[in-house]
Design a protein around this ligand. Structure first.
Ligand code: PMP
Length: 399
């Protein structure tokens, strides 16, 4: 009966890790998935996570179901971390926060909400964007379209194109924005540009939907990385924000995140919350508890919070160092090409400009695994391999 089902190609990002595992060459390097590695290429469990887990073990927490909306302490901590503890919207009780299955699950709950309560509304995604955004909105039954974002000529932001497309979108559209460290380009609007985007979003009565997957991990500062969504909230509009603790707390497999709806008043927040719960109940019933306990402990205990900030600065600092190493090595190999885009890009990724055939050369000849769009995750690059990677990139560009 199911013989007609055809083969789905591997996921463009997670499929890269599958191919990497099959490669037996010692030189192989996995720069596909955005996951932090130490200088020895080992996954990194944060010290604060180990400390929180020790506290949890000692207090003999049970494994009862969480409420549909998740762990209360986590939801409070995560909204405050995102918007600031003294944020007016938080204080006035007009933020509906539901713990969900990391960034992806949080995005999906909101996409289902949009499909249900704003039928016919189109979600506008930056071109390019994290590959899963398209799947999430499409599977939820929300039509999506591109807005211009990346300018290949300047390896920077196509701000005019972005503004034109957001202006041309029908009033009341959903505009999906990356809170910081845009994935895959590493190119963010400046604060002045964010202000102009906010003006336009207000003028067009659009609904801004921030995806915040790198708070604290991009710059090392939780406040700086949350500037854009906080600014939009300060302008008095309704805002949706998805959060993930995969990168900043290294809780990839624990699936810790939240969806926040910032609304006009506490009554609206209560009603939206009841609907988010209805959506989550049918999708997965209630979220997992372990990672949410870790995150709420780390955020709420001052000594853990301070140490977490140090560890984030350490991780983002290491990424900045290898970014510089890669740049220096590339300049040594080919001083005629302008490599400065590598230093300008923010966050864990570099968008190299390698085309799909050149990416194939990177993988087939040099055993460097990366996504077809030319993105490499610098979080997976040790300094000791920067020269090797630079040689592979230089060779591939000459291909
Ligand atoms: N949004 C963006 C932009 C991302 O880069 C990621 C992770 N790569 C996510 C969301 C979601 O990741 P997770 O589901 O692990 O939180």
């Amino acid at each position: 009966r199911l013989a007609f089902v055809d083969l789905q190609p591997p996921d463009p990002i997670l499929g890269v890790s599958e191919a990497f595992k099959r490669d037996t060459n010692d030189l192989k390097l996995n720069l596909g998935v955005g996951a932090y590695r130490t200088e020895d290429l080992k996954p990194y469990v944060l010290n604060v996570v180990k400390k929180a887990e020790k506290i949890m073990l000692e207090s003999e927490e049970n494994k009862e179901y969480l409420p549909i909306q998740g762990l209360e302490a986590f939801n409070k901590a995560t909204a405050e971390l995102l918007l600031g503890a003294d944020n007016a919207a938080v204080k006035e009780g007009r933020v509906a926060t539901l713990q969900s299955l990391s960034g992806t699950g949080s995005l999906r709950v909101a996409a289902d909400f949009i499909a249900k309560f704003l039928p016919g509304t189109t979600a506008y995604l930056s071109n390019p964007t994290w590959g899963n955004h398209k799947n999430i909105f499409a599977d939820a039954g929300v039509e999506w379209k591109w807005y211009r974002y990346f300018d290949a000529a300047t390896v920077g932001l196509d701000f005019e194109g972005l503004m034109e497309d957001i202006r041309a979108a029908p009033e009341g559209s959903v505009i999906v924005l990356h809170g910081c460290a845009h994935n895959p380009t590493g190119v963010d609007p400046t604060r002045e540009q964010w202000q102009q985007i906010a003006d336009l979003v207000i003028e067009k009565n659009h609904l801004p939907f921030f995806d915040v997957a790198y708070q604290g991990f991009a710059s090392g500062s939780l406040d700086d990385d949350a500037w854009a969504p906080r600014y939009f909230v300060s302008r008095g509009m309704e805002v949706i924000v998805a959060q993930s603790y995969s990168k900043n707390l290294g809780l990839y497999a624990e699936r810790v995140g939240a969806i926040n709806f910032v609304l006009a008043d506490a009554e609206a927040a209560k009603r939206v919350m009841s609907q988010l719960k209805r959506i989550a109940r049918a999708l997965y019933s209630n979220p997992p508890v372990h990672g949410a306990r870790i995150a709420s402990l780390v955020v709420s205990r001052p000594e853990l919070f301070a140490e977490w900030n140090e560890e984030m600065e350490y991780m983002s600092g290491r990424i900045k160092t290898v970014r510089q190493d890669l740049y220096d090595e590339l300049v040594k190999l080919n001083g005629d090409k302008d490599w400065s885009f590598i230093l300008r890009q923010l966050g864990m990724f570099s968008f190299t400009g390698l085309n799909p055939a050149q990416v194939e050369n990177m993988t087939n000849k040099h055993h460097v695994y990366m996504t077809k769009d030319g993105r490499i995750s610098l979080a997976g690059l040790p300094s000791s391999k920067a020269a090797y990677l630079a040689a592979a990139i230089d060779d591939s560009f000459r291909n």
